[in-house]
Design a protein around this ligand. Structure first.
Ligand SMILES: Nc1ccn([C@@H]2O[C@H](COP(=O)(O)OP(=O)(O)OC[C@H](O)CO)[C@@H](O)[C@H]2O)c(=O)n1
Length: 366
């Protein structure tokens, strides 16, 4: 679907367009005046119930451009802050304003750690996000390159704690940092921790670290475990920069989705790692993606799964009608382009208005 078609569909929405303007990047906001702004969706007369912003893999660091691990993709570390600024300016100028932003993880890059710049880099991105909206932060591998779990739990990236204390419809899972919130009656978001079982972010003496190491050693013969195994297809996901979900978290997910089924809610699940092989490079899949899919597929309420990590992005609608969206990463987005989206939520669908590398889509509920 073209941006123009989505614009037509979203006739009620104030339009914000981020463009590169000469040397400086500025957001040029084109707002429809009251008289020219249609008050209704041109398709069926409905107005969105609410909207939210989405952005993935900002990976900011105040360093020169570089490359990914396999040297195939350029990374614009310093410029990612400008990209974020353009996104927040666009969200701020939208009408209605997004109720919250989903930051899908890897907000700053691991290269900050050896430079002792983790705190200052995090402060810089948080400052940019400050006025945009309430932000729900997902934890990705780069969060753990920079901070321990304890440090993350005490930081502004612990949005689960904030949500649980401020919002009656939200709760942080006991003993875990996965959580849920309901921004509007009959709509719920579940934020998962894809590095629950991992060798990054877990103490070497912990059971979850041992479990992760066993899995990696079973599936990956390389000395450097960041190097994907030679085996083809989905086996390639067993890399050190990946991770998986504990049984505790899967049981929590199942329990929450059962409650949402009963309440006839529409649920969007978010995680740093994708869980559908057709929406991601196999290297980027969560280790136990099949277990997650099996839980999702046993509930009627799930409409969408949103992830980051695979900077090339991806999309697939599975056999159960669930939309699997993997958002293009800011870090590998050239300075003259963008990578963020706004999602407008209706009774029967969500409409993603993508910017730059993020495609616009209509996400009809199953
Ligand atoms: N130039 C580099 C880049 C990375 N590494 C190390 O490799 C590990 C994986 O890190 P990275 O590629 O940065 O992980 P991302 O989450 O950004 O990317 C995931 C997918 O590949 C994107 O599609 C980590 O240990 C880095 O330190 C490196 O050594 N040299």
């Amino acid at each position: 679907m073209s941006s123009q078609e989505v614009d037509e569909l979203l006739g009620h929405v104030g339009d914000a367009t981020a463009t590169a303007d000469s040397e400086q990047f500025q957001v040029r906001v084109r707002r429809r005046t009251k008289s020219e702004a249609p008050t209704e969706n041109m398709e069926d007369g409905a107005r969105p119930l609410f909207s939210f912003g989405v952005i993935a893999d900002i990976q900011y660091a105040d360093i020169d451009d570089g490359y990914n691990f396999s040297c195939t993709r350029r990374r614009y570390y310093r410029h990612s802050l400008e990209q974020l600024r353009r996104a927040t300016l666009a969200w701020r100028s939208e009408s209605p304003r997004p109720r919250f932003v989903l930051q899908l993880g890897d907000v700053i890059d691991g290269f900050n750690k050896p430079r002792r710049a983790s705190r200052s880099a995090l402060d810089a991105v948080l400052r940019e996000l400050e006025d945009a909206a309430l932000v729900h932060h997902v934890w990705g591998n780069h969060e753990f390159y920079n901070f321990s779990r304890e440090e993350l739990a005490a930081s502004a990236l612990n949005s689960g704690r904030e949500a649980a204390t401020q919002d009656q419809g939200a709760a942080l899972a006991e003993g875990g940092n996965w959580y849920h919130f309901s921004p509007e009656p009959r709509f719920r978001f579940l934020v998962l921790d894809a590095y629950d079982v991992s060798v990054i972010g877990r103490q070497e003496r912990s059971e979850r670290y041992s479990q992760a190491l066993r899995l990696l050693q079973e599936h990956n013969d390389n000395e450097e475990l960041n190097q994907p195994p030679a085996r083809p297809g989905v086996e390639q996901r067993f890399v050190k920069f990946g991770g998986g979900f504990s049984q505790d978290q899967l049981q929590w997910l199942d329990r929450l989705l059962t409650l949402s089924d009963e309440k006839l809610e529409k649920v969007t699940v978010v995680s740093h790692l994708p869980v559908h092989p057709s929406s991601s490079d196999p290297v980027c899949l969560a280790w136990n993606y099949e277990e997650v899919l099996s839980v999702l597929h046993s509930h009627k309420c799930v409409v969408c799964f949103m992830a980051g990590h695979d900077h090339d992005g991806g999309y697939h609608r599975d056999l159960y009608g669930i939309h699997h969206l993997t958002f293009e990463g800011v870090i590998e987005t050239p300075p003259d382009n963008d990578a963020f989206g706004s999602v407008y939520v209706y009774e029967d669908k969500m409409v993603l208005k993508g910017n730059g590398r993020v495609a616009s889509r209509i996400l009809q509920y199953p």
